[in-house]
Design a protein around this ligand. Structure first.
Ligand code: F6R
Length: 620
């Protein structure tokens, strides 16, 4: 939520910052702005709307060339998405420029204090207060190296809430400082140049060498002095260095019209890479990054899976597999509710938090609550070095590669696979499954990349179907057993991309109310579980298809190869390869992603950056 870029070095800062903003725009696109420090003056440009609007402004009136710059792409919280509220914000004397991600919760008190001192505010944002406070703190800080960093520490100590702040001062032409609490910030280390970014995409075109910043830390990047990190008291801290394991090409569209299409196409690889190195030669599992002892894992008597949105749906699917394989009770909960209902947690509870970005504030707060209650926390995450894995007791990375489209696709499939690995690992360590049983499931997992490839090869009829559904007012999604969360995910994809009312239901719940929604021609997508699923769940879903069709629904049925029972009641059948019951979500989710994408594209919407959304939700 909000993308931040900072640069000091020999290149034209405006070019570097704009390039970084292009790669971070998925984080928010309500407005964009830049500030460049040239000849002792901070020059800024900012514009409401997407980055393209700012670029148009800059094409007409460029900024002077400078080698220090900051930039911001915004997802609005305090103050509407206007030019005035766009970042950077300047201090009253124009000597300090600040960009911010997060929410300064005590901004009203601080603003009143500044106003009492005679400062006139020019925006409705919480951020502007930081610019004024920083200018005042700078004036009170003794001259010398590190002055701006010291001023930033003084200000940061006064702030409550979540923030990444990056600041430039007109008197310090080769320096930027930044501070972080509960919001992301990484440092890029180049050859004689340094970068700041909300994530590594901001500087991946220049360097893959990065530094992680911890909670409540301040960093100074300076052309001469390099990188200096301290805590808020000014004590030096050694940051953790790492090398990013993907390059700039991975963050490009690669010939696809949308990042989302590219990411859908990358799903076989995402699944394969998430399995890579984790399946032992003997058919068992090797999960070295799970830093919990076998005894810890044997002591677990309850599992919570906590996450948001698509990651929550991955958790719902995981419940079926983990309970079935381990016989440990599993509860799945949206992170934004978890801590407020006082869940019963103790040392023998395992809390699995799932997050693509590793920065989702609701999930982070749930994680901290779980740790306060002494539960063990295992993170499933896609972004190396992000806050959620850093604060967890153990981590299992989904190696899906960078996901740029706001709507999650490849990381969803990778999350399901990672959850399954956790479930199998628990079953293995606890001796609930014999080695040959684990090996058989591992063999099923190994076949998934090919199965997803097969689905992708058959998607043209789904795209065509999508084009024919572009005028629908409502589309309903039904499923049972593991197909139920897949239906929820199909509905979410459609809502967020195509702005069409969509709902997912457990097919059996339909007759308890929602069936009243069905009208002549209402499209109903039914995700049919495998005919080999538990008891007669398949037969019951076939009956549900008949029930909605009898009431006028246009039925779109996702069914596996060879399932002929659905044919008489389907207006459209989308075939997926035959897979074991618990593996089916990995293949059935794919046509629903393609369908939502095709409908949104036909309606003329920006598939990668749907309205009102941001990829990384760093506010509660
Ligand atoms: C939907 C989507 C969101 C995210 C949710 C959690 O397509 O992308 O619902 O799944 O905001 O984000 P992470 O996984 O980054 O915690």
């Amino acid at each position: 939520m909000c993308g931040i870029v900072g640069y000091v070095g020999p290149q034209d800062a405006l070019d570097v910052v704009l390039e970084g903003l292009r790669r971070l725009e998925y984080r928010g696109y309500d407005s964009a702005g830049v500030a460049v420090l040239a000849d002792g003056i901070l020059a800024t440009a900012k514009k409401a709307g997407k980055l393209a609007n700012l670029e148009k402004v800059l094409a007409e009136h460029s900024l002077p060339e400078g080698t220090t710059g900051i930039g911001h792409t915004r997802w609005a919280t305090h103050g509407g998405p206007t030019d005035r509220n766009a970042h950077p914000h300047l201090s009253a004397d124009g000597r300090v420029a600040v960009v911010h991600n997060g929410i300064i919760e005590n901004f009203a008190v601080l603003r009143a204090e500044c106003e009492a001192a005679g400062v006139e505010f020019t925006s409705e944002t919480d951020t502007e207060v930081a610019a004024h406070l920083l200018a005042a703190a700078y004036a009170e800080t003794p001259q010398g190296p590190g002055r701006l960093a010291e001023a930033m520490r003084r200000v940061s100590r006064r702030l409550e809430g979540a923030f990444t702040l990056v600041a430039s001062h007109a008197d310090e032409p080769d320096t930027l400082v930044a501070s972080r609490r509960n919001s992301p910030l990484v440092v890029g280390v180049g050859d004689g140049e340094y970068f700041l970014g909300s994530d590594v995409a901001a500087f991946i075109a220049h360097t893959r060498d990065a530094l992680e910043l911890g909670q409540d830390q301040v960093v100074e990047i300076d052309c001469e002095r390099g990188v200096t990190v301290t805590d808020l008291a000014g004590n030096r801290v050694e940051p953790t260095a790492y090398t990013v394991d993907w390059d700039a090409a991975a963050a490009e569209k690669g010939g696809h019209d949308w990042f989302m299409l590219k990411e859908i196409a990358e799903q076989p690889q995402a699944v394969a890479d998430t399995l890579l190195g984790r399946l032992g030669e003997d058919g068992g599992l090797v999960l070295d990054e799970v830093r919990l002892s076998d005894q810890d894992l044997r002591d677990i008597d309850k599992v919570f899976v906590v996450s948001c949105g698509t990651s929550y749906h991955a958790g719902l699917i995981a419940k079926y597999a983990i309970e079935h394989w381990t016989r440990i009770p599993v509860e799945v909960e949206v992170a934004s509710e978890f801590r407020y209902r006082d869940p019963v947690l103790d040392r023998s509870t395992l809390v699995v938090v799932i997050s693509q970005s590793g920065e989702t504030m609701d999930t982070l707060m749930a994680l901290r609550h779980a740790k306060d209650q002494k539960a063990r926390v295992l993170a499933i995450c896609n972004v190396n070095g992000s806050t959620i894995p850093r604060e967890s007791d153990a981590v299992l990375y989904t190696h899906a590669g960078p996901e740029v489209a706001v709507a999650s696709t490849k990381s969803f499939l990778a999350q399901i696979v990672a959850c399954y690995l956790v479930g199998l690992f628990l079953a293995q360590v606890r001796g609930i499954k014999y080695a040959d049983e684990v090996a058989a499931i591992v063999a099923d997992l190994r076949r998934l990349p090919d199965a997803v490839r097969e689905v992708l090869d058959r998607m043209e009829p789904v795209r065509e179907l999508g084009r024919s559904l572009a005028d629908a007012d409502t589309i309903l999604f039904l499923g049972r057993h593991v197909a139920f969360p897949v239906a929820l995910e199909g509905a979410l994809k459609l809502k967020e991309l195509a702005y069409i009312h969509a709902e997912g239901f457990a097919a059996g719940e339909l007759k308890h109310g929602p069936i009243a929604l069905i009208d002549q021609g209402t499209p109903v997508v039914v995700v049919v579980p495998s005919p080999r699923a538990r008891e007669s769940v398949h037969g019951k879903v076939v009956s549900n298809i008949q029930e909605v069709r009898a009431r006028g629904a246009r039925t779109i049925v996702i069914a596996e190869e060879g399932d002929e029972d659905v044919v008489p009641f389907a207006d459209h059948v989308v075939r997926v390869p035959r897979t074991p019951t618990l593996m089916a979500p990995i293949v059935t989710a794919v046509p629903l992603q393609v369908l939502a994408c095709a409908i949104a594209d036909t309606r003329g919407y920006d598939v990668d950056q749907p309205r009102n959304l941001a990829k990384s939700v760093t506010v509660e």
